[in-house]
Design a protein around this ligand. Structure first.
Ligand code: NAD
Length: 495
């Protein structure tokens, strides 16, 4: 059973828990996408003309609508992904906070600012402002169908762009809910449009002439997105997967670290791009830490009853990958202290804690995207850093250390690191979010996330005529000599 079934020109979104049809949506064609982008172009001008204050007022109203109807949106998220309501609420709460931050801070971050004009052009007033790009295409995944795309949508809108959004084929209903609620507060123009369908619809969006394409999904699809966008030199932002590590130093608070490892690795059934997948623990505290992890993980159960802490695997194809990683780890000498060989069912995966897994096995090297953890012993934190960084990914990471948390964080090759907490960076709107290596590039959230959806515009305004005019053919040899003297005085000193 696949979670999404195609009919001719529509597809069904199915509940991964019950296999029931949650909704039926159009498969938009390349022509539909082109038409949506053309409508967006006109809407973008109108939206940009509203200015920061006008847009902020609408975005704050939208935020209010989402907040007041959060339970309804959580129900749609639950129906399409199977995740527990409480988890759905958590991602909605974070998205609300980000929307508020983007709306409030856009004028400060993007508005016109004076810059120093320097010596040679000191008769000028120099300024920079960050102008909207126009139309931004957003392609989203299913695992956090509200929080993840809103990191692009809310920031792109706050920066003055129109948005055309293609949600995952597994969560079109969530996308529709977001677009419909936005249209309630911005009924005048199609500033935020929804298109639905499979990869082909997304590829059409890449080729549609949007001014930027913001993609969140797997690294493999990210490469296809870049190739499609290359045809029209459309800039891209890629938020892809990871194989995030958590490091436990000898002086760490082990209760907190174990709790973070289990929640970071298993919440949302491990289907978290910035979830913990690998753990490296100082040998002095390894046994204690592992015992604590096992105790906590044994209390976590996958199911659809209210007591279950995690839900199903949303995308059925992922079950095979998770099983392959676990079986490969066990076949190569790994041991399962929780879960293991039979953890993978036909919908649910029970928490699995693996130790003694070879570093070159799939469970350590590839994104598992299930409720599994590998835990390895290291002799010191240098070894932990080397092993954590030995990956082609580099999305997020976590450090538990009393004395050296920030120092270790600085040495981790990952876009974000939490110290003595887990995934906390995602809930801090002022911090940029994004990866390195095959985890992608570009940043959402924070000032960097606002600027990502703009182009800097430089303006140099002459305030008065300077005695030395450089930009004219009537420049004299005397002027050139004076400038040469000046520049030698300023920059020619031997150090
Ligand atoms: P996916 O790559 O399969 O799909 C993502 C989106 O791309 C979907 O909307 C899909 O329809 C679309 N798509 C597929 N083929 C396409 C093509 N050829 N051209 C254009 N669009 C195409 O990813 P997924 O399974 O939905 O999401 C899970 C992945 O996303 C994991 O790897 C996870 O780590 C990653 N992820 C990353 C972040 C982050 O912020 N870095 C956040 C959430 C998820």
């Amino acid at each position: 059973m696949t979670a999404v079934q195609a009919k001719q020109d529509t597809f069904d979104s199915l509940s991964p828990t019950t296999d029931e049809v949650v909704g039926t949506y159009p498969v938009h064609t390349a022509d539909d996408v082109t038409a949506a982008v053309a409508r967006a172009r006109d809407a973008a001008r109108w939206w940009a003309d509203l200015g920061f204050a006008g847009r902020a007022e609408r975005l704050q109203r939208w935020k209010g609508v989402i907040t007041r109807r959060a339970a309804q949106l959580a129900e749609v998220v639950h129906a399409e992904t199977g995740k527990p309501h409480a988890d759905a609420m958590l991602e909605i709460v974070l998205a609300i906070d980000h929307t508020a931050w983007a709306a409030k801070n856009a004028p400060k971050v993007l508005g016109r600012k004076r810059r120093s004009a320097g010596l040679l052009m000191s008769n000028h007033a120099a300024s920079v402002e960050f102008q909207p790009l126009g139309v931004v295409g957003v392609i989203g995944p299913w695992n956090y169908p509200v929080f993840t795309p809103m990191g692009s949508i809310a920031y792109a809108l706050a920066a003055g762009n129109a948005v055309v959004f293609k949600p995952s084929e597994y969560t079109p209903g969530v996308g529709k809910w977001l677009a419909d609620s936005f249209a309630e507060v911005v009924p005048e123009r199609p500033v935020f449009q929804l298109i639905t369908g499979y990869g082909e619809t997304g590829a059409a969006l890449c080729r549609s002439g949007v001014d930027k394409l913001a993609f969140t999904g797997s690294p493999g699809t990210g490469k296809k997105i870049m190739a499609a966008c290359a045809e029209t030199l459309t800039p891209v932002l890629i938020e892809a997967g990871g194989k995030d590590a958590l490091l436990v130093d000898a002086d760490a608070d082990l209760d907190a670290a174990a709790d973070a490892a289990v929640w970071g690795g298993m919440s949302n059934a491990g289907q978290t791009c910035v979830g913990v997948e690998r753990v490296y623990v100082h040998e002095r505290v390894y046994d204690d830490f592992v015992a604590k992890v096992v105790k906590i993980a044994k209390d976590v159960r996958a199911g659809d009853d209210p007591e279950a802490k995690i839900g199903p695997i949303t995308m059925p194809g992922q079950l095979k990958i998770i099983q392959r990683h676990i079986h490969d780890a066990l076949a190569r000498g790994g041991r399962a202290l929780v879960g293991g060989k039979d953890a993978v069912g036909d919908k649910y995966v029970q928490p699995t804690v693996l130790v003694d897994v070879p570093e070159d096995s799939e469970a350590v090297r590839e994104e598992t995207f299930g409720p599994t953890l590998t835990i390895a012993k290291v002799t010191d934190m240098d070894e932990a850093i080397t092993k954590a960084n030995d990956t082609r990914y580099g999305l997020a990471s976590t450090v538990f250390s009393k004395r050296r948390g920030v120092e270790l964080a600085q040495r981790l090759r990952a876009g974000m690191t939490s110290v003595n907490s887990v995934i906390s960076f995602a809930g801090i709107p002022s911090l940029p979010f994004g990866g390195v290596g095959e985890s992608g590039f570009g940043r959402i959230h924070g000032p960097e996330g606002l600027k990502e959806f703009t182009r800097p515009k430089a303006i140099a305004r002459q305030r008065f005529k300077a005695p030395l005019v450089l930009t004219t053919f009537s420049r004299t040899a005397k002027t050139d000599a004076t400038v040469a003297k000046l520049i030698t005085l300023l920059h020619g000193k031997r150090r």
